[in-house]
Design a protein around this ligand. Structure first.
Ligand SMILES: Cc1ncc(COP(=O)(O)O)c(C=O)c1O
Length: 406
């Protein structure tokens, strides 16, 4: 039977195979079983009282919502990959974002949020946080150390997402962390794009790192899952909000998350390669004005990406040259291999029209040209390119049919 060996010695690729399982404790079965549990029985009243009133010990079962032998291994694996102290799981990436913020804000506080944040994260600031009496100031994702000028005595959280949703700006996380800490705030980073394999924000100074597990961790578009990882200093605050919210994920989704982790490295490296091929091909097309992909050498975020990331995932933006909307729709509708749908991180390629200029408060997104989000899946890159090429042919036909719409 394979032994885990000394986990501290292993590189991330090896950790993906050895973390979160213990065949010796499980009849030699390679993968851990799925525990479907709400009620956990305690041996007698003394044990029940101890579980109820005693100190909460991490990794011990009390009640299904607080963790089970199915959720602990996935939490531990994500914590190790993120190089954090403790991770907690939630029923979606959005729930993980809500938890990370609620752990640190109270009425009267101020939050600084990147203008490039995922739409529902922005919506949370303008909705739930505003209703709680928490004010949010959006900041330019390129602000770096300049964020110090926006920090107020009541600023409790700085929210970063790197690269940003839809527009893919890379943020200077160490500079943001230094300024946040000097002002007494915590830095929370949505690290979903890179996955814990290609970036570890806690190593760069952040206090919490968020994963929408729905994306690359699960990897097959078939489960809802989120995770927040904290440093040792903030692990207790995270445990509190985890217990207060009670938004625990289902056991089968956790199992799919743990199974997804096993192949994360091979998938991500292939996604990276295909994503870059598509990005380079698209950049050379006359229909394309700009490709938003930090691993491209001339991308404004390339130097920071090279400094802080060990790889690029396969989600990126494309700004088209001015073209009537029906022609963009003809392009998207003609694609056979790129599905039209939200989320990403599965094996299948996706495309979406996006409207970044509608999601800006602190900065202007210029020009308001048709913009797409492309997600490169695991299909053959040449097949994907052929599909995009026929899509551009359909776009040209639609443009000729309705030139007056331009
Ligand atoms: C960057 C980012 N963060 C968080 C989320 C939210 O994840 P979920 O759909 O699991 O709530 C998404 C979903 O698209 C995302 O793209």
């Amino acid at each position: 039977m394979a032994k885990d060996g000394d986990k501290a010695r292993y590189r991330a690729e090896t950790l993906l195979s050895v973390l979160g399982r213990d065949p010796a404790a499980n009849h030699g079965v390679v993968n851990p079983p799925v525990y479907h549990a709400s009620t956990i029985l305690h041996e007698n009243t003394a044990a029940l009282k101890e579980a109820t009133f005693g100190p909460r010990e991490y990794g011990r079962t009390y009640y299904g919502r607080f963790g089970t032998p199915t959720t602990f291994p996935l939490q531990d694996a994500i914590a190790a990959l993120e190089q954090g102290h403790r991770s907690y799981l939630f029923g979606s990436g959005k729930a993980a974002i809500v938890a990370a913020l609620l752990a640190f804000v109270k009425s009267g506080d101020h939050v600084l949020m990147t203008d490039s944040a995922y739409g529902p994260t922005r919506a949370m600031a303008k909705g739930l946080l505003a209703r709680m009496g928490v004010e949010t100031t959006f900041y330019d994702p390129g602000i770096g150390a300049g964020i110090a000028g926006l920090i107020r005595p009541e600023t409790s959280v700085v929210v970063a997402e790197s690269p940003g949703s839809l527009t893919f700006e890379v943020q200077d996380l160490p500079a943001l962390a230094d300024a946040a800490h000097a002002g007494g705030a915590v830095l929370v980073v949505d690290n979903t794009w890179a996955s814990p394999l290609f970036c570890q924000p806690l190593r760069l100074g952040a206090d919490l790192s968020i994963q929408a597990g729905t994306k690359y961790i699960v990897g097959h578009s078939d489960a809802m899952l989120g995770a927040v990882t904290a440093t040792e200093e903030h692990a207790e605050a995270l445990r509190h909000i985890f217990e207060e919210l009670g938004a625990a994920p289902g056991p089968d989704d956790c199992y799919l998350g743990l199974r997804g982790l096993r192949t994360l490295s091979v998938r991500l490296h292939r996604h990276q390669e295909t994503g870059l091929r598509l990005a380079r091909w698209l950049r050379a097309r006359p229909e394309v004005s700009r490709v938003l992909h930090p691993a491209l050498e001339d991308d404004p975020g390339h130097a920071l990406w090279k400094r802080d990331f060990s790889g690029a995932s396969s989600l990126f933006g494309v700004v088209l040259e001015p073209v009537p909307e029906p022609a963009v729709e003809a392009f998207l509708d003609s694609l056979a291999l790129f599905g039209l749908g939200y989320s990403w991180g599965g094996y299948e390629s996706l495309a979406l029209p996006t409207y970044p200029w509608k999601l800006r408060d602190a900065t202007r997104w210029d020009p308001a040209c048709p913009t797409l989000r492309i997600y490169a899946g695991l299909e053959d890159a040449d097949d994907l390119i052929a599909d995009l090429a026929q899509g551009f042919a359909r776009m040209a036909e639609a443009r000729e049919a309705a030139p007056e719409a331009e």
